[in-house]
Design a protein around this ligand. Structure first.
Ligand code: ADP
Ligand code: ADP
Ligand code: MG
Length: 654
């Protein structure tokens, strides 16, 4: 076995790999850019080597520097994690040429499977069911249209070099195909330096179900069951689970056998994932193979009991697979949610900054894979994932309940995050019933995520919790100032007003309203991000924050703003005029910070609903902004080439 390995990655996956290496008694070497000098993965490793400035191209993607770091530290093997150089055959080859072991597949297998068109050809030859489509590059828009007509709309335009959901467009018609061809090609060029695209059938309302495989260098390959990753946004996974609530034993076995056949045909070794798209009739089609450890691998580990990183390391060291297909048993259920530093209420605007508070939840059946600590910086340079939170239990219902509780209890402050949306997704009846598809988020949150409404009994608890928080804060101030503690308050929530008498009897705070009274017991103190306690003996929990003179409570995807005011102040507030929001209905505003690539309209032009108005490039994606209804353009307020702030006005309607 290796004595020392280097991890050519950062963040949670570097920490994840270090943990297994430590358990196996292997020494670890971290690499880091200047942005990560203080990062957790650097402190967890036995040694760390600086490899360059913050930009990934000059550090985490710099093959020569990483090879040098191996030589300097005497690392015998390199684990690439996911992203960065993990699927780069030149990197794997350079590592091997330097006499170091690459903990992953052979370079030839990476090369053969990395190109989506080439991979589909290998899959077809291996007897794998593939998505109907053209196995050639579409040279121009006319050729693409010819291919699409032959396949039949709707179709998908995909970058051959694609990954991370980039360079992908759905087209329902010739016109959409022409536009999609242009956008996918230019997106692929800027993301991968390769503009080749191809056309395949778009499977409607599909499910994404993938098979984890593991193969050794002695000709043995098995699959570790499936993961369902149908909850996606922009073709990127948000929530993943194992097993899939959709698969029966027969389909699972058929998909598994095909995945293993593909791995064998490609001369594969190490862990890999064969992704399938599955239609509503359980017909499945190969999409692509990811020749690396997958972000969502923990759910497979929890239901199979195998440590995938350990298996990868053992296989790289030349060991035989310690299991056969019949050893693989799926027990229980695991569901993973990806926590991102982004604001789902503002069109997923990325959020950067310092994690002023970071308290991951703990408990039975909860796994947190994370690469940050309180005080860490979420920077613009890398993937904005903060952590992966996984709920595990005997059944899907138990795993979901544990994940829901853990999301509610996860305290993150300093950056915006998507916990509310994640909580809202897994609370939806369709999710609970396992009725998933890649359209789930678009359909369930049509028009964007606005926040959930809590069931009445929980909303009633929130009023009592806000009143108790106010009482505790007032008691503390009164103790300092030696003042009396008022008992009469009005809890104001939007247009609603709840007059209450708030008193204390030993540990219990009594919130007495006109009709009912609630008893709150808690050890919460002002400044705690999480309010835990009981209301009338029932355990409850809310995220809590001071918001101006009020309290902001959050739970289950709902945000509640409550003010607990002395009666006179509540009356004065009622007399204040409501603030007027600026009227944006007459304007097209930029939904995100980005570059205005083009304007498709001129002043005075009439437009129909759905017509293209402008294209904005943000986060390497080109986004088409369309007219929401018929109208006339009065004035253009920005020009192509301008960099736009969020909510900046692009044009004005008449
Ligand atoms: P997974 O199924 O493991 O989630 P993803 O496609 O989401 O796979 O990719 C995992 C990580 O790798 C993400 O951080 C993603 O941005 C990155 N990634 C994947 N493919 C590429 C690529 N071709 N180029 C750059 N980054 C990529
Ligand atoms: P990436 O390399 O970006 O991961 P994939 O080919 O794996 O690209 O596709 C990513 C996602 O896009 C899938 O999980 C699915 O939601 C959607 N998708 C891709 N191809 C199709 C298709 N032919 N029909 C329907 N959805 C598709
Ligand atoms: Mg994929």
């Amino acid at each position: 076995m290796f004595k020392k390995i280097l991890i050519a990655n950062r963040g949670e996956i570097a920490c994840r790999i270090i943990a297994t290496a430590k358990r196996m008694g292997i020494r670890t070497v971290a690499v880091y850019s200047d942005a990560d000098a203080e990062a957790l993965h650097v402190r967890q490793a036995d040694e760390a080597v600086r490899i360059g400035p913050p930009k990934a191209a000059e550090s985490y993607l710099d093959i020569a520097r990483i090879v040098t770091a191996c030589r300097e530290t005497g690392a015998e093997a390199v684990h690439p994690g996911y992203g960065f150089l993990s699927e780069n055959e030149d990197f794997a080859a350079a590592i091997e040429a330097a006499g170091i072991v690459f903990i992953g597949p052979p370079p030839a297998a990476i090369a053969a499977l990395g190109d989506k068109i080439a991979a589909k050809k290998i899959a077809q030859q291996a007897g794998v069911s593939t998505v109907p489509g053209h196995l050639d590059t579409a040279a121009d828009a006319d050729k693409a249209i010819a291919a699409a007509r032959e396949i039949g709309y709707p179709v998908m335009i995909k970058a051959a070099a694609g990954g991370g959901g980039k360079g992908m467009r759905i087209a329902q018609s010739d016109a959409e195909l022409r536009e999609g061809f242009r956008l996918a090609g230019s997106e692929a060029q800027s993301a991968f330096g390769d503009s080749r695209v191809f056309i395949e059938k778009y499977i409607t309302s599909p499910r994404h179900i993938e098979i984890q495989i593991i193969a050794d260098g002695h000709g043995n390959a098995v699959h570790l069951g499936e993961r369902e990753c149908s909850i996606q946004r922009r073709h990127q996974k948000v929530i993943e689970e194992a097993p899939s609530p959709f698969l029966d034993e027969k389909t699972r076995a058929a998909m598994g056998a095909q995945a293993v056949a593909l791995a064998k045909a490609a001369g594969y070794r190490s862990a890999g994932t064969v992704e399938f798209i599955v239609d509503q009739k359980r017909k499945f089609y190969f999409l692509e193979m990811n020749t690396r450890l997958q972000v969502e691998h923990p759910v497979t580990e929890l239901v199979t009991g195998y440590d995938l990183v350990e298996l990868m390391i053992r296989i790289a060291a030349g060991e035989k697979l310690p299991l056969t297909q019949k050893d693989v048993k799926l027990t229980g259920w695991a569901i993973e949610a990806r926590l991102y530093a982004e604001d789902p209420r503002r069109n997923f605007l990325p959020s950067i900054g310092r994690l002023t508070r970071y308290r991951p939840p703990q408990g039975d059946g909860i796994r947190v894979d994370s690469g940050v600590e309180e005080g860490a910086e979420i920077s613009i340079y890398y993937d904005p994932m903060i952590a992966k939170l996984i709920g595990h239990g005997a059944s899907r219902a138990e795993a979901t309940a544990r994940l829901a509780g853990a999301l509610d209890a996860f305290v993150i402050r300093g950056v915006s995050h998507n916990i509310g949306l994640l909580a809202a997704i897994i609370a939806r009846p369709k999710f609970r019933e396992g009725k998933l598809s890649t359209d789930f988020i678009g359909e369930e949150f049509a028009g964007g995520f606005k926040g959930e409404t809590l069931p009445p009994e929980i909303a009633a608890q929130a009023v009592a919790v806000a009143a108790a928080a106010q009482r505790i804060a007032t008691e503390r101030d009164a103790a300092i100032a030696g003042a009396a503690i008022p008992e009469r308050w009005v809890v104001v929530q939007g247009e609603s007003r709840y007059p209450a008498r708030v008193t204390r009897r030993n540990e219990t705070i009594i919130v007495a309203g006109y009709t009912a009274s609630q008893e709150v017991v808690t050890d919460w103190q002002p400044g705690d991000g999480l309010f835990r306690g009981t209301v009338d003996g029932v355990a409850t929990l809310f995220q809590v924050e001071r918001a101006g003179i009020g309290w902001r409570l959050e739970r289950g995807g709902a945000v509640l703003d409550l003010k607990v005011l002395p009666p006179a102040a509540a009356e004065a507030l009622a007399r204040m005029p409501a603030k007027q929001a600026p009227d944006l209905s007459q304007h097209l505003v930029s939904p995100m910070p980005g570059l205005l690539v083009s304007l498709a309209v001129a002043e005075g032009q009439e437009v129909k609903a759905g017509e293209e108005l402008a294209v904005i490039e943000a986060m390497k994606m080109e986004n088409v902004l369309r007219a929401e209804r018929d109208g006339t353009i009065k004035k253009l307020c920005a020009r192509p080439g301008d960099s736009l702030a969020v909510d900046q006005i692009i044009l004005e309607f008449a």
